[in-house]
Design a protein around this ligand. Structure first.
Ligand code: 0A1
Ligand code: ZN
Length: 877
C-alpha cells in the first residue's frame, strides 16, 4: 500500500477556471521512442474571476518531461516555476501572455493507452477524460475551450497519413526532409476532444450531402489489410448523418469527417472533433468474419460517436461530474436511431435486458453512484453503465413526460442556448422545462440519487362502480454515502387488459384512453380508474417507462395472457421473462436445498402455444424463448449460489428441449434456408430464432441435432451461423467441440477479431480443467497482454464461466486477482474494469464471499494505481 492515498475530488468544490486559453498551437515532432511536443498557449486571466493573482497551475502527467518553458519571449528559469505532483505551477503571470512549453514523451513505452501511444504500426491518441495531460502541460478540464492548430512532422515514407482535428490547411517539407502537415479546427473545444493519428493507412472515401446541400468529405482509415471491411460502417455513418438531421435538426459542421480504426484501444470509440478513433472491433465488418450482434454494434457506435458532434462537442460538459450530460443523451439518441433502423421492440428488449442485468448490479454494489456523481478519485472509473445507460433512461423519461414534440423543442432550445459552451445536467433539464412548461424540479432527483427504486403495486376492483384502483409504493435502497432517499418522479406507463386479452379503455383524471402515463411522485399513491367494465389485468411499466424494479403479484395465468396478448411488445417479452424467472427461482431454491428438481408445466405450455402461433414475428418469438441469463438470475439473487443457478438453468432448458423437441426441430428446419447474407432486422431475426432453436434441440438425445450442429458449422456462409454452431457445440459439450474449436482457429488465425471471439469462447468452456485452459490461452501466440480486446476476451470469457470462476477452492478468484495486479501499472483502466466480478463479493454465498474478500485484500496491499485503488478500497469499505 502507498504511504498517502489518492485524494477525492468533489462536485461541490467546482470553481471556474482562473485562466482561459483562446488559441492552442501544437507541434508534434513524431518519433516512436521520443516525440517532442511544442505548445504555444494564448492565455489570459478569466474575467469571470475578477481581479485575481492566483498562480497558473497546469496539469501534467507521469511520463511527460518538461524540456523548455517560456512566457512570451522570456525563457523561464527554474526558480520561476515548480513541478509538484505532476502539476506545473507558475507564480507570476501577466493578464495575457503566450506560454510556450516543450515536452518530451515516449509513445512506444506508453502502455496505458492514454495520451499519445503506438498501436501496431501507427501513432494515435486518446485524450478523454484526462489523457491530454500525458502529452503536454495544459488546463486539462472540459470547461477550458480553445481553437487548436496542430502541426505534425514525421517521415512521410513511414507515416504518409498524418491527421488531426478540423481541416488540413498546409503541407510541406522541413529542412531535414521530413513532411509536415498543419490542421486547423475552427470550433473551440476542450483538450479531451483533441486527436492525432499518423501511419501508413488505407482510406475509403465517400461524400455526404447535408440538408443545406453542403458536400462533406467522409473518410475511413484502416491498416491496409482491413480496408475491405469498412463499407458497412460508411453506410451506417451516412444513415446517422441523415437521421440526426431529420430527428434532431442537427447538421454536420466541418467539410470533412474522418474515422480511424486502431487495434489497441481501451474503450469502444472516441468522438474527437472531426476525427473519430475507433477500436477496430467496433468498426470493421464483413459477413464472413462478423456476427449479427457485432454488425448492430458497429452501426450503433458509429452513430453514437457521430451524434456526439452535437451532444458532446458543440455543447460539452462543464466538469466530469456532468459526464452523463453528453453520454446519457447520446446513448438515448443512438438507441432511438437503432430502433428506427431495425425494430423498436427488439431494440428496447435488448437495452432493458442489459440495463437490468448489468446496471442494476452496479447500482446494488459498492461502486453504486448517482448518474451525476458527487465525488470521484479517478474519473476513468465513472464511464459506467450508470452514467451511460441509466443516464439514457433519464433522458427517455423526460421524453415520456414531455411527449415527442416538446422534447424536440427542448432539444432545439438546448443546442441553441448552449452552442459553444460547457454546461451542466441542470442546464439540459432547464432547456427541457423552458421549452415545454413542464416542471422537472422533483424529477431532477434522478440525477443525484443512486440505487434502483423498487415500485410495488397492489390493486382493487369494484365491479359495482366500475372503478379500478392501483396503489403504488416506491422505495430506493440505501447506497454508499446515501443512507436516506427521497421520493422520485417516476413515469409509469400502464394499460389494462380484460380476461381475454383485449385492451380496456379507462378514465383517469378525466382522460379516457387505453394507455396512461401515471406520475408516481410520493412514496405511496393511489390511482383510480373509472369506466372499467371488467376486472382487468394491469400491463404495468409498458416499454419499461422507468428504470425500476416492479413488483406485482401476477398469477402464471396473468403472465401467459400478457405474453400472448399485450399490445405492448415490450411487456409481452417482460411477462414471459417473469414467468421463466419465477420457474427458475423455484428451481434454484430446490437446487440449494439439494432436492430433486421439478417444474410446473405452464412455461412449457406457453412456449408451445407461442411456437405454434404462426402469426408471430420471428424476432419476438426468439426473444421470448431466450431464458433469463445466469447473470440476470445472479442480479436477482441474494445471496448468489452460482452452482445452483447454473444447474437450475440447465435443467429448465433441457426440460423445455425434451418437451418441445419436435417444435424446436421444425423451427430450426423452417428457418434454415439462407440466401446472401444481409444484416437487416428480418434476416437477423430468422438467424437468431434458428440458432436458438438449435441450442434447444441439441439438448435432446437427437442424433440429427448433433449432426445439424456440425453441418452448420462446416457449411455456413456467414460468421453468425458458423459461430453460433461452434458456441452451441462448446456449451452443450458436443463430442466434436474440441475438434471444431481447433478447426475454427486454424481457419481464422489471420483475422484477429475472429480470433478474439475464439479466445472468449475457449475461455468460457465448462470443464474441470478450465483454469488450465485459460492459463494456456494467455500463453497462446494469439494472446497479447498489450491488447485490451484480447485481455477482455480471455478474462471476460473466464468471468462468465460460472463453474471455473466460482470454483470452491477460490482458484478462479486468485487467478483474476493475479491478472489485476499484473495489469495495475501497465494499463490501470483495464485493470480497474477487470475488478467488476469481484465487486459482487458481499452478495455471494458465504464460503465464496470470504474467498473473494481475501483476494480483494491481497490486491489492496499492492502499490495501486488510482483506478484500481478506488474500486478495491470502495469494495472493502
Ligand atoms: N466518449 C467515448 C468513450 C470513451 C471514454 C474514455 C475513453 O478513454 C479512456 C475512450 C472513449 C464514448 O462515449 O464513446
Ligand atoms: Zn459517448
Amino acid at each position: 500500500m502507498k504511504e498517502s492515498q489518492p485524494s477525492t475530488i468533489y462536485l461541490k468544490d467546482y470553481k471556474v477556471p482562473p485562466f482561459l486559453i483562446d488559441k492552442t498551437e501544437l507541434t508534434f515532432d513524431l518519433d516512436e521512442a521520443t516525440t517532442i511536443v511544442t505548445s504555444r498557449l494564448h492565455m489570459r486571466r478569466n474575467p469571470a474571476c475578477g481581479k485575481s493573482t492566483v498562480p497558473l497551475t497546469l496539469d501534467g502527467g507521469e511520463g511527460v518531461k518538461l524540456i523548455g518553458l517560456a512566457m512570451d519571449d522570456y525563457t523561464l528559469p527554474p526558480e520561476e516555476y515548480r513541478i509538484s505532483e505532476n502539476k506545473l505551477i507558475i507564480t507570476a503571470t501577466a493578464d495575457q501572455f503566450v506560454l510556450t512549453c516543450e515536452t518530451l514523451i515516449e509513445p512506444q513505452n506508453n502502455t496505458s493507452l492514454e495520451g499519445l501511444y503506438r498501436s501496431s504500426s501507427m501513432f494515435c491518441t486518446q485524450c478523454e477524460a484526462e489523457g491530454f495531460r500525458h502529452i503536454t502541460y495544459y488546463l486539462d478540464r472540459p470547461d477550458v475551450m480553445s481553437v487548436f492548430t496542430t502541426t505534425i512532422i514525421a517521415d512521410a515514407d513511414r507515416y504518409p497519413v498524418m491527421l488531426s482535428n478540423g481541416n488540413e490547411v498546409e503541407r510541406g517539407k522541413t529542412e531535414e526532409g521530413k513532411t509536415f502537415v498543419v490542421w486547423n479546427d475552427p470550433f473551440p473545444k476542450p483538450a479531451y476532444l483533441f486527436a492525432l493519428v499518423a501511419g501508413d493507412l488505407a482510406v475509403k472515401n465517400d461524400i455526404f450531402t447535408t440538408q443545406n446541400k453542403r458536400d462533406v468529405k467522409l473518410q475511413i482509415f484502416t491498416e491496409t489489410h482491413n480496408i475491405d471491411k469498412v463499407d458497412y460502417a460508411m453506410e451506417a455513418l451516412k444513415r446517422s448523418m441523415r437521421w440526426d438531421e431529420e430527428a434532431y435538426g442537427r447538421e454536420y459542421d466541418l467539410d470533412i469527417f474522418m474515422i480511424v480504426a486502431v487495434d489497441d484501444f481501451n474503450m469502444g470509440a472516441m468522438e474527437n472533433k472531426g476525427l473519430n478513433i475507433f477500436n477496430s472491433s467496433c468498426l470493421l465488418a464483413s459477413p464472413e468474419t462478423t456476427t449479427d450482434d457485432s454488425y448492430l454494434r458497429v452501426e450503433a457506435i458509429v452513430a453514437h460517436e457521430y451524434f456526439h458532434n452535437w451532444s458532446g462537442n458543440r455543447v460539452t460538459c462543464r466538469d466530469w461530474f456532468q459526464l452523463s450530460l453528453k453520454e446519457g443523451f447520446t446513448v438515448f439518441r443512438d438507441q432511438t436511431f437503432s430502433a428506427d433502423m431495425h425494430s423498436e421492440t427488439v431494440k428496447r428488449v435488448e437495452d432493458v435486458s442489459f440495463l437490468r442485468t448489468a446496471q442494476f448490479a452496479e447500482d446494488a454494489g459498492p461502486m453504486a453512484h448517482p448518474v451525476r456523481p458527487a465525488s470521484f478519485i479517478e474519473i476513468s472509473n465513472f464511464y459506467t453503465l450508470t452514467v451511460y445507460e441509466k443516464g439514457a433512461e433519464i433522458v427517455r423519461m423526460i421524453h415520456t413526460l414531455l411527449g415527442a414534440e416538446k422534447f424536440r423543442a427542448g432539444s432545439d432550445l438546448y443546442f441553441e442556448r448552449h452552442d459553444g459552451q460547457a454546461v451542466t445536467c441542470d442546464d439540459f433539464v432547464s432547456a427541457m422545462e423552458d421549452a415545454s412548461g413542464v416542471d422537472l424540479t422533483q424529477f431532477k432527483r434522478w440525477y443525484s440519487q443512486a440505487g434502483t427504486p423498487v415500485v410495488s403495486v397492489t390493486d382493487e376492483f369494484d365491479a359495482a362502480s366500475g372503478t379500478y384502483r392501483l396503489t403504488m409504493k416506491q422505495e430506493t435502497p440505501v447506497t454508499p454515502n446515501q443512507p436516506t432517499k427521497l421520493a422520485l418522479h417516476i413515469p409509469v406507463r400502464v394499460g389494462l387488459l380484460d380476461q381475454s386479452g383485449n385492451e380496456l379503455s379507462a378514465t383517469l383524471d378525466g382522460t379516457t384512453a387505453e394507455d396512461h402515463v401515471l406520475h408516481l411522485t410520493s412514496s405511496e399513491q393511489v390511482f383510480e380508474f373509472s369506466g372499467v367494465t371488467a376486472r382487468p389485468i394491469p400491463s404495468l411499466l409498458r416499454g419499461f417507462s422507468a428504470p425500476v424494479k416492479l413488483h406485482y403479484d401476477y398469477t402464471p395465468a396473468n403472465l401467459l395472457l400478457l405474453m400472448s396478448s399485450d399490445s405492448d411488445g415490450f411487456n409481452r417479452w417482460s411477462s414471459a421473462q417473469q414467468l421463466a424467472v419465477n420457474e427458475l427461482q423455484a428451481l434454484i431454491g430446490q437446487a440449494i436445498a439439494g432436492e430433486t428438481l421439478s417444474i410446473d408445466s405452464q412455461l412449457i405450455d406457453g412456449f408451445k402455444a407461442l411456437i405454434g402461433d404462426c402469426n408471430l414475428d420471428p424476432a419476438m418469438v426468439a426473444l421470448i424463448l431466450t431464458l433469463p441469463s445466469q447473470a440476470y438470475l445472479s442480479e436477482l439473487a441474494n445471496p448468489i449460489y452460482p452452482a445452483a443457478i447454473k444447474q437450475a438453468r440447465h435443467y429448465l432448458k433441457t426440460q423445455l428441449a425434451n418437451a418441445l423437441s419436435g417444435e424446436f426441430e421444425s423451427l430450426y428446419t423452417n428457418n434454415k434456408s439462407q440466401g446472401v447474407y444481409q444484416a437487416n432486422a428480418e434476416d437477423i431475426a430468422c438467424r437468431s430464432l434458428k440458432n436458438l432453436a438449435l441450442s434447444y434441440w441439441v439438448e435432446t438425445d437427437s442424433e440429427a441435432a448433433q449432426q445439424a450442429v456440425v453441418q452448420q458449422f462446416e457449411f455456413a456462409n456467414n460468421m453468425t451461423d458458423q459461430f453460433s454452431a461452434l458456441s452451441i457445440a462448446v456449451h452443450s459439450q458436443h463430442e466434436k467441440a474440441a475438434d471444431m474449436l481447433a478447426v475454427f482457429y486454424d481457419q481464422w488465425k489471420n483475422e484477429p477479431l475472429v480470433v478474439n471471439k475464439w479466445l472468449m469462447l475457449s475461455a468460457g468452456q465448462e470443464s474441470d480443467d478450465a483454469l488450465i485452459i485459460v492459463k494456456g490461452l494467455m500463453e497462446h501466440p494469439a494472446f497479447d497482454l498489450k491488447n485490451p480486446n484480447k485481455v477482455r476476451s480471455v478474462l471476460g470469457g473466464f468471468g462468465q464461466n460460472m463453474a471455473a470462476f466460482h470454483k470452491e477452492d477460490g482458484s478462479g478468484y486468485r487467478f483474476l486477482a493475479d491478472q489485476i495486479i499484473l495489469l495495475n501499472k501497465r494499463n490501470p483502466q483495464i485493470a480497474s474494469r477487470l475488478c467488476t466480478p469481484l465487486t459482487r463479493w458481499k452478495k455471494m454465498q458465504p464460503e465464496l464471499s470470504e474467498k473473494m474478500k481475501s483476494e480483494l485484500e491481497r490486491i489492496l496491499a499492492e502499490d495501486l494505481s488510482k483506478d484500481v485503488y478506488e474500486v478495491i478500497s470502495k469494495c472493502l469499505a
